[in-house]
Design a protein. Structure first.
Length: 356
């Protein structure tokens, strides 16, 4: 798969300058006011990235929502709802009390966020201005979190967080279709702060050099680090957590996420013996036939159980009880946040409260 992607990037390299110019022109149209950016009545925090693929946005969004809730705010998570079939201007995944849409309608990430951030409304809409206004006017939310919002320039934001995966960084440093960058590096001027997620690799010289690169590009912007660590498991059909020590050690792993190797490494770091591992396409949808085939493959490899990600599991709940099979678990993960970021965010929140 990696060789195929590398080949596609090589073929697309001649078009990278053109795509980069289009994205720069788009930003100019918003910055100059030719295209309107809408300012909300409450602070807006955007969590996004410069690269395609997984950078750990969803765990950071979840961390922010929980942090804001603990500190007396009423946040809402606003998402495009990628992969979901709900197509209204405003799609209420959760009102903070009740989850109203399944993963098929909401998309796997909004549904996962709804399940893992009780008390926080999760709303989707292709034009995110509509769910933003709804959250403020109808739900009385006093702060908004834009999930994957860096390129969504129609909504003005008060804090722009840009994430990079510490394992992949900026890939080959080229703009799509010649590489994984959604925009040229000049777009980093819009960011207020940077995150390196999964920064267990922070000791590598490559990561240190990348941090130095970010500081040269934006010397007045802070760079924060976060880790992503297993905290336990959950068995399909049960909401109760299970310790890592209490599940079988011989597992068949599978996932449909942007960075499957990160999930595989997490399983290996937990000490599990993988009898097999299947990396599916990002945002993989699961049919009954599909999951039955996975169960059969796992049994053939001698696995005592199957294991997948939290985001995949939200799409598998509906299939519980389809067939007698080995048990299926999800691996619960949580963000270990740089304490300096909490201080930074509290200072920004205090400054917003003082605004006229």
């Amino acid at each position: 798969m990696l060789n195929l992607i590398s080949t596609l990037y090589t073929l697309g390299r001649p078009l990278s300058p053109l795509y980069g110019l289009i994205m720069q022109a788009r930003f100019f149209l918003y910055r100059s006011g030719i295209w309107q950016r809408e300012k909300m009545d409450v602070p807006v925090i955007s969590v996004g990235n410069l690269t395609m693929g997984g950078t750990g946005k969803t765990p950071v969004v979840r961390y922010l929502a929980r942090f804001l809730l603990r500190n007396g705010y009423k946040p809402a998570i606003i998402s495009r709802g990628y992969g979901g079939k709900a197509r209204e201007k405003v799609n209420m995944v959760s009102d903070g009390k009740t989850i109203l849409l399944d993963a098929l309608q909401a998309g796997d990430e909004p549904r996962f966020l709804a399940e893992s951030t009780p008390g926080v409304p999760v709303i989707t809409g292709t034009l995110r201005t509509h769910p933003c206004h709804f959250a403020i006017k109808e739900l009385s939310c006093d702060i908004l979190i834009l999930d994957d919002g860096f390129q969504h320039l129609a909504v003005s934001r008060d804090l722009d967080l840009v994430l990079f995966n510490a394992l992949t960084l900026a890939g080959n440093n080229r703009v799509f279709p010649g590489g994984p960058l959604r925009e040229p590096f000049s777009a980093l001027s819009r960011a207020d702060a940077f995150f390196l997620t999964g920064s267990q690799e922070i000791t590598s010289s490559k990561v240190r050099q990348f941090i130095e690169f970010l500081l040269r590009r934006a010397p007045d912007r802070p760079v924060f680090l976060s880790t992503y660590s297993p905290t336990g498991c959950r068995k399909m059909g049960s909401a109760d957590p299970v310790s890592l020590q209490d599940i079988p050690s011989r597992l068949f792993g599978f996932c449909g996420i942007a960075e499957p190797e990160r999930f595989r490494k997490s399983l290996e770091d937990c000490g599990f013996i993988l009898t097999g591992f299947l990396a599916l396409r990002d945002h993989q949808d699961y049919s009954p036939d599909h999951i039955n085939a996975l169960f059969q493959t796992a049994e053939e490899t001698g696995a005592e159980a199957l294991i997948t990600t939290e985001k995949d599991m939200v799409k598998l709940h509906k299939l519980h009880g389809l067939t007698p099979a080995p048990p299926l678990f999800s691996l619960d993960m949580d963000v270990g946040m740089d304490p300096a970021f909490d201080e930074y965010l509290l200072a920004r929140l205090a400054a917003w409260q003082k605004r006229p």
